[in-house]
Design a protein around this ligand. Structure first.
Ligand code: EPU
Length: 344
């Protein structure tokens, strides 16, 4: 008999090992689920007690501002399946708990291409659609087909396509109106069996200059570039980029380049430009800065690092950086990770 096991619910669970900023915080109730049936049982437990529900994946894109009331559910669903649609196209479905980088490596080994540029991004597959992960010229939305989720309001399974997810730059419906309404259980991506590579991103192009790039060599180059400037969360706790790169209009750009002729920017639609937030923060003197037990990574100004501080201290440093960038450049930096919990 394969009866679904009832998930063990723990009270006052420590979340420090489950968030890549290694912030100490507690969940009022916590459970880990390995099947959709267990997930529904966990939701029933929360509904019966009218507890709010928070989903936790790899914990690599969230800031715990304090303890979390209600039930925290760790989505430990595993499994990968695929469907060959044509000789060139395969749809690959990943359960939410699969580690993102392992999934990228697995696809490369199978000869399913399209994820190479997204190598080494921390976290689990289920979290990837939330911020529409992106790096080195590719975003998840470029290969996204659909996701399966449980609607926490009805307890029912839903399927959402790309349009329903409303993907944008580091954005989706899951960061906006539907913030806590869906628990993502599975993600399906369209990959190619044809070994085409995308090396338009300048840092990648120069890393591979003079070579005949393959998906495997692109993945290796992305890993090398990331390791050279981004701290390994297992060694130096962080959540990657702490702010989004801001987008400003042409007028604002003209104003800025009067004072800062070396300002880097990338053209967007409708004459807007994207400015690297790292450059703005760096200009304000924060590269490598340390304030108490939190700081800014010494090799990348967009990455806040934790040396044993609290989520509140991280957010305080973020607010200080936002104020400095606003005062100097009149640009409001937006925090990229999701914030959970309230200070004690
Ligand atoms: N720069 C500085 N000072 C620094 C670091 C960078 O001035 O300390 C300037 C340089 O001019 C550099 C530019 O910022 O050319 C851009 O830096 P980088 O190439 O590292 O990219 P980014 O814009 O900071 C974005 C993503 C990363 C992604 C890379 C590569 C966002 C918020 N971040 O970073 O994503 O890996 O591009 O595509 O869009 C993440 O989301 O966690 C993440 C790491």
């Amino acid at each position: 008999m394969n009866e679904p096991q009832i998930p063990e619910i723990v009270e006052q669970a420590d979340l420090q090992a489950l968030n890549s900023l290694a912030v100490a915080a507690q969940a009022e109730f916590f459970c880990s689920v390995t099947t959709t049936e267990q997930l529904i049982q966990a939701l029933n437990f929360a509904n019966e007690r009218q507890l709010p529900v928070t989903a936790l994946g790899g914990g690599s894109n969230l800031v715990l501002a304090g303890d979390i009331s209600g039930l925290v559910i760790y989505l430990d669903l595993m499994g990968i399946s695929h469907q060959q649609l044509t000789p060139e196209q395969v749809h690959v479905s990943f359960a939410a708990g699969e580690n993102w980088h392992s999934a990228v490596e697995y696809c490369l080994q199978q000869g399913w291409y399209g994820l190479e540029n997204l190598s080494l991004i921390p976290g689990n597959v289920g979290a990837a659609p939330i911020q529409n992960i992106g790096a080195y010229g590719v975003e998840l939305s470029d290969v996204f087909v659909r996701l399966e989720a449980i609607d926490t309001r009805s307890g029912l399974a839903v399927t959402m396509d790309s349009q329903a997810c409303q993907f944008g730059y580091r954005d989706s419906i899951f960061k906006r109106s539907d913030r806590n309404h869906y628990l993502i259980t599975e993600v399906t991506l369209a990959l190619s069996t044809v070994a085409e590579v995308n090396i338009e991103y300048p840092a990648l192009a120069s890393a591979l200059e003079g070579t005949d790039p393959t998906p495997a060599s692109v993945s290796d180059a992305v890993c090398r570039i990331r390791r050279s400037k981004l701290p390994d969360p297992a060694v130096t706790p962080n959540v990657g980029s702490f702010f989004k790169n801001p987008i400003v209009d042409k007028q604002h750009l003209e104003q800025l380049t009067k004072d800062y002729s070396e300002l880097p920017f990338y053209n967007q639609q409708a004459g807007d430009v994207k400015i690297p937030a790292a450059w703005l923060i760096d200009q304000c003197g924060y590269l490598g800065a340390r304030v108490g037990d939190v700081g800014v990574h010494e090799k990348h100004a967009l990455v806040l690092v934790n040396f044993g501080g609290s989520g509140a201290e991280i957010l305080q440093l973020a607010a200080e950086i936002q104020a400095a960038v606003k005062a100097r450049f009149d640009i409001a930096l937006e925090i990229e990770p999701r914030i959970y919990g309230s200070p004690r």
